[in-house]
Design a protein around this ligand. Structure first.
Ligand code: FES
Length: 98
């Protein structure tokens, strides 16, 4: 079990380790776009991971390739559908410009 904090609301949720950030957000009732259904091909679920980045799953090629095509990508960028939570608390920032 770990903790997921969502910005800008600041709400915190208990989430099972091994859950994707996308699934955790949807289960919590947060709004996040998922146009491709979680296949790392649309980029609509782009978020910033502001804390706990080392605890979540590493970026794979497909996610990296998609991030390269998006506007506003930075070192904290992840696709929520591809990032899987580990044991450490994680804070994510939901974005509105995608
Ligand atoms: S839902 Fe399409 S890339 Fe994540």
């Amino acid at each position: 079990m770990t903790t997921l904090t969502v910005l800008p609301s600041g709400k915190t949720y208990d989430v099972a380790t091994g859950t994707s950030i996308m699934k955790a957000l949807l289960a919590a009732g947060e709004t996040i776009a998922q146009k491709c259904g979680g296949n790392a091909s649309c980029g609509s679920c782009h978020i910033f991971v502001t804390e706990g980045r080392k605890s979540i799953s590493r970026i794979q090629k497909q996610e990296n390739d998609k991030l390269d095509t998006l506007v506003g990508v930075g070192s904290k960028s992840r696709l929520a559908c591809q990032a899987v939570l580990g044991d450490e608390p994680v804070t994510v920032e939901l974005l509105t410009f995608v």
